[in-house]
Design a protein around this ligand. Sequence first.
Ligand code: GDP
Ligand code: IMO
Ligand code: MG
Length: 431
Amino acid sequence: MENRVVIGGQWGDEGKGKIVDTLSRDVDWVLRFQGGANAGHTIHIGSEKHVLHLVPSGVLHEGVKCLLGGGMVIDPWSLRDEILALEQRGIKVRDRIFIAANAALLMPYHKRLDELKEEGRKRKSIGTTGRGIGPAYLDKIQRTGMRLGDLQLPAENLERKAIEMILSANELLSTHYDAEPLPSRVLAEELVVLAQFIAPMVVNPYEVLKGVRQGTETVLLEGAQGTLLDIDHGTYPYVTSSNSTIGGALTGSSLAPRSLGEINGIFKAYLTRVGNGPFPTELLGDQGEALREAGGEYGATTGRARRCGWFDMVAARYSADINGLTGAIITKMDVLDSMPSIQVATSYEVDGEPLPCYPVDGNILPRCRPVYREFKGWEKPTTECRRLTDLPANARKYLEFLEAELGTLIVGVSVGKDREQMIWTNTGVTT
Ligand code: GDP
Ligand code: IMO
Ligand code: MG
C-alpha cells in the first residue's frame, strides 16, 4: 500500500476526519502534521460520534499508531482531556499515541492572548477558534516557545522554565493589554503533573518513522484546516497560522517528499467557511440557510454556524495545483439531494473584467464576482449508493464536471456521515 496525504481543499471542515478514519484501516501510522485544537474532526461509526481535536483521526482503528507531528501546536491540557475521553469510551490509546518532541507547546497564556488580540482587532477580527493557535506559532517562529520535549525535563527544571515563560507572558498581558496576570505557580505546577501523563508518549519522530522511510511501514498524513486557510497560500490575513497545504506535510512530519505517495484533496460538494474573510460564492439568504440545515453546518470546535455557499471551482483548481493533488474526494454529496438546482462558480470577474486565475493578493478576492454554471439537481437520495452506477444521472453529471474542471481524478465520493457511506473508484467518475 502506498503512503497517502489527506489535505483539506477548501476552508476546512470538508469531512477530513471521516475520510482519514475510512482510509486508515490498514495503515501503520496516522500522522497529524500541523495545527492544534483549532481542528474539529468528526467521525460517525453507527450510532457513535467522536470529535477529535488533537489526536489523529486514525485512532479509532485498534492497530493504528498515531503520531502528533512536529508541525503541531499542542495544548497539553486539551490533549490529556481528549485521551481520557477516548479511554472512557473503552478505546485503548495510551500505548499507540506518540508525540513529536519538536512539536510546539501551547500554554494557557497563548489562549488568553488569542482572545485579547481578537478583541483588539474589533471589526477586523479573524474570527479565530480562540484556541491560542496564532500566539503559539508566533512563539515558535520567534524562537521563544517551549516544545513537547521540554515535558521530559526533571520536574524542578520544567517548573522553573514554565514559571519564567508565564511571567514573561504576564508582562505582555499587563503592559500591552492591561489584562490580569495568570497564576504562574499554579499553572507551572499543573504542567509538571501533566508532564507525568504526557512525557512517556513523547518521541523523536525521526526515530519512530524509520520504518516509513525504509518502506516497511505505511503512513497516512492527516492535514487539518484547509488550503484556503494556509498561512502562505490562503486568504491572508483571514487564515490560520500554519501550512495546511502539502509543504506542511513535509516540514510537519520529518518525512521526505519521496515518502509521500497519493495526495488526496477533500472537497465538499458545496462550500463552507467559519470565521471572517472573503467568500465569493457565499449564499446569504434562504439558500445558505437551507445548505446549513441540510449539511448540519455548525462548527465541531466552537459550535459556530458555518457560512455556506456554492462550490467554487476557481479556488478548487488553485487548491489542486498548489498541492499537486493525485486525487480528489468529494464529500457531502447527499446534502445536495433535495436541491432543485446547483451552481458552481467557474470563473471570477473583477470590475466586469475576467480574472485569469485565483488571486493571492488579499485585496482582490473581496472584489471578485463569481460567474456561475447551473446544474439540474437530482432530487433523489444518494445515501444508500455504494457504486457510481447507483448514483442518479444528474449527480454523475455534476461529479463528471467537477472532475474535468479540477484536472484530477475523483477517487471517492462520500454520501453520508457514516464510515460506510462511501463510493470508491480508482479510475475516476467519468465513463
Ligand atoms: P473536518 O474538520 O474536515 O474533519 O470536518 P468536520 O468533522 O469538522 O465537519 C464535517 C461534518 O460533516 C461532520 O459533522 C461529519 O460527520 C459530516 N460529514 C462528513 N462527510 C459527510 C457526508 O458525506 N455527508 C454528510 N451528510 N455529512 C458528512
Ligand atoms: P478543521 O481541521 C474550519 C479558521 C477559524 C478562523 C481561522 C483562524 O476542523 O477543518 P485559528 O483558531 O486557527 O487561529 O483561526 O481559521 N479555522 C478553521 N475553520 N475548520 C478548521 O479546522 C479550522 N481551524 C481554524 O474559524 O477563521
Ligand atoms: Mg472540522
